[in-house]
Design a protein around this ligand. Structure first.
Ligand SMILES: Nc1ncnc2c1ncn2[C@@H]1O[C@H](COP(=O)(O)OP(=O)(O)OP(=O)(O)O)[C@@H](O)[C@H]1O
Ligand code: SF4
Ligand SMILES: [Mg+2]
Length: 327
């Protein structure tokens, strides 16, 4: 296994939202004590329903939203709420992103070579010849042609735009790429092309990805390790194959039962969740899934969610039931 490239330590992000009747801002708990470890060269999956905090966790790592508490380690730096902008800048040099919607993330007034080379320009390179040459060196790698360099983004399909966005992410030589739903805004017919491109580039250029997706089948097929989030908390983490084989947390079990080709155990039916999802605003210090969990018991509603425990060779989960019910 490769060395750890990114490690979060109880990373927490709260947003202050509208003031309550006492004039104090409410706390929206978007990410609570998240701990993940990503190894060099791997694809690490992050899954969970909409609003569970996947993008916020990525944004905290990228410095797009402030860290409330906790920290992360990356490329020899430890980053926390007190990290100075100069050190942040140094850390950010080694990370890039591919977002969900390539159209809104690309400036329509730029030509392809300008779009691809823009991160290099921002990093200080001003020689147009160098910028164009660097863009040209990547454009074919992502499946476009040299003739595309002088075209504009509106002349391309969604899948081609995402190829431009991927070339942009690679131009500064960053080895760690955060892909936030990179295929979900695209036509289904191009999903596998974009995924195959990301896989090929990973192998060819030694990249590491944090791959955020709602698509569990995709996560199953392309990631080596993964974490499952529910309302800001990481419920289960570890080797993807082990988690799909034997999910330990009832939330993961329910999530996986919802897709046809990855039922956790043969013969198991889809688990339909009832009950209201808890609000992320000022949540009580108990399992956040308790209001919908089909296996919730008294302890779940009165006692904080336990710390992660080992449930396999490379597999941890948080749930009061672990160690009981044969789990
Ligand atoms: N800037 C912000 N200010 C206040 N609340 C925010 C902000 N950004 C995100 N949130 C809230 O934080 C929570 C997590 O949002 P986030 O976008 O990280 O979820 P997600 O898992 O990426 O969802 P999706 O799958 O829909 O992209 C949500 O309740 C969201 O409303
Ligand atoms: S701790 Fe309780 S409520 Fe939470 S997932 Fe486990 S059984 Fe369900
Ligand atoms: Mg998101």
């Amino acid at each position: 296994m490769g060395e750890i490239i990114l490690k979060t330590n109880n990373l927490t992000v709260d947003f202050k939202v509208k003031k309550n009747i006492f004039g104090k801002p409410d706390r929206l708990s978007a990410v609570q004590n998240a701990n993940i470890e990503i190894r060099k060269g791997e694809i690490y999956g992050l899954v969970g329903e909409s609003g569970c905090g996947k993008t916020t966790l990525a944004n905290a790592i990228l410095g797009f939203v402030p860290i409330t508490s906790g920290s992360f380690e990356f490329c020899g730096h430890t980053v926390d709420a007190k990290t100075k902008p100069a050190e942040w800048k140094e850390v950010r040099k080694h990370m890039q992103t591919v977002f969900q919607d390539p159209y809104s993330s690309l400036n329509t007034r730029f030509t392809v070579w300008q779009l691809i080379s823009e991160p290099l320009y921002i990093a200080g390179e001003r020689d147009e010849r160098v910028l164009r040459e660097r863009a040209a060196s990547l454009v074919e790698k992502v499946g476009l042609s040299l003739a595309d360099l002088d075209r504009y983004v509106f002349e391309f399909s969604g899948g081609q735009r995402q190829r431009i966005a991927i070339a942009r992410a690679l131009i500064t030589g960053s080895e760690f790429i955060i892909c936030d739903e990179p295929t979900s805004a695209l036509d289904v017919s191009v999903h596998s092309q974009i995924c195959n491109l990301l896989l090929d580039l990973r192998d060819e250029m030694g990249l590491t990805y944090l791959f955020i997706s709602h698509n569990l089948s995709l996560i199953k097929h392309i990631t080596e390790h993964m974490s499952v989030m529910y309302l800001g908390e990481i419920m289960e983490s570890g080797a993807t194959a082990e988690i799909f084989e034997k999910p330990a947390c009832p939330y993961t079990e329910a999530l996986m039962s919802a897709i046809l080709d990855v039922k956790p155990k043969a013969g198991k039916e889809r688990i339909i969740l009832s009950g209201e999802a808890r609000s992320p605003i000022n949540p009580p210090d108990i399992c956040r899934f308790a209001t919908r969990c089909p296996k919730a018991c008294d302890i779940c509603k009165s006692t904080p969610l336990p710390a992660p425990v080992s449930v396999g060779t490379e597999h941890t989960a948080r749930c009061h039931l672990i160690g009981k019910e044969g789990k």
